[in-house]
Design a protein around this ligand. Structure first.
Ligand SMILES: Cc1cc2nc3c(=O)[nH]c(=O)nc-3n(C[C@H](O)[C@H](O)[C@H](O)COP(=O)(O)O)c2cc1C
Length: 281
């Protein structure tokens, strides 16, 4: 079976899923999305194409959207997507289908995997314990086995955009409006381009891990401190924040939204090293 697994991962959750799929699918190849982004046309000679990525602001990450616009899906007879998430509703499958439709394709299968949150800006954020992670892993691996069966048999399987844990509160129309608003804000963020979101505090020891790990190339070291270049698009993968050995990378406060990264811990998937994540570039 000829399968190409395109993946994007900031902190290793989606990478873990991609690797577990590869272990179960004979002859599958793993291709990092970030590595493809300097090509104007991305081609695949495989009959099955898989997309594995995190949920960002209820939808697909900006880089995944840009990647899909360049992907030539002519070879593909079967396309599936797996979104890893913290637990909100996900509206991104329709975004993927909107792009694939232009090539006369659509998703044959779509799945959501609830994993741990790598977005640590909020006040009530806590780093998972070893047993939390173990429980997530058991559930994820069980579901991956089911997903593999579906893929191998080329079944149609379209999981709904349901929320697993986190819900936007309120009556249905208000909820719907707020969810759509989040997706629109993400679209605006993409149009604006290089969002200024992060900074390093005075605990930074100039190790430059953030520069090495930055998947979009937004971070460069200047005067021994990281500089998030204004004119380079941020993929919002949060690798710089979560993998900084000093926990010196912080998120700025934005009007009305305080950032708690100074007080919260950091999360990366237990099997993902800095080297694993850098290999995406
Ligand atoms: C910028 C950003 C936005 C996110 N938005 C959502 C969201 O809307 N819903 C959700 O369930 N998880 C959200 N998350 C959490 C990630 O989807 C989740 O932790 C994912 O498994 C991370 O995968 P990765 O380690 O492969 O990057 C967000 C994470 C980031 C960094």
């Amino acid at each position: 079976m000829s399968v190409e697994l395109f993946y994007f991962s900031g902190t290793g959750n989606s990478l873990f899923v991609a690797k577990e799929l590869k272990r179960r699918l004979p002859n599958a190849v793993l291709t990092p999305i970030a590595k493809c982004m300097n090509q104007s046309l991305i081609t695949s000679s495989h009959k099955t194409i898989g997309l594995i990525f995190p949920v960002h602001a209820l939808t697909i990450p900006i880089v995944v959207k840009q990647f899909l616009k360049k992907l030539d899906t002519r070879s593909a007879e079967y396309i599936f997507a797996i979104a890893t998430r913290e637990g909100t509703v996900f509206k991104g499958f329709r975004a993927i289908n909107g792009i694939l439709k232009k090539q006369g394709k659509r998703l044959n299968a779509q799945f959501l995997l609830t994993m741990y949150n790598n977005e640590s800006r909020h006040e009530n954020y806590s780093v998972p314990s070893k047993s939390d992670i173990r429980n997530i892993e058991i559930n994820v691996l069980t579901k991956i086995d089911r997903i593999v069966n579906i893929i191998v048999n080329r079944e149609t399987s379209l999981e709904k955009d349901t929320a697993a844990t986190t819900q936007i509160e309120g009556p249905l129309p208000v909820k719907w409006f707020l969810e759509e608003l989040v997706v629109i804000l993400m679209w605006i963020a993409e149009k604006i381009g290089g969002v200024q979101y992060f900074y390093s505090d005075d605990t930074c020891n100039s190790c430059a891990v953030c520069e090495k790990i930055c998947l979009s190339g937004k971070i460069i070291m200047r005067n021994e401190k990281p500089l998030w270049q204004k004119d380079v698009m941020c993929y919002m993968c949060f690798a710089c924040l979560n993998l900084c050995p000093q926990e010196a990378v912080q998120i700025e406060d934005i009007p009305g939204v305080k950032s708690y990264t100074k007080y919260n811990g950091r999360y990366t998937h237990p099997y993902a090293s800095v080297k694993d994540l850098i290999e995406q570039k």
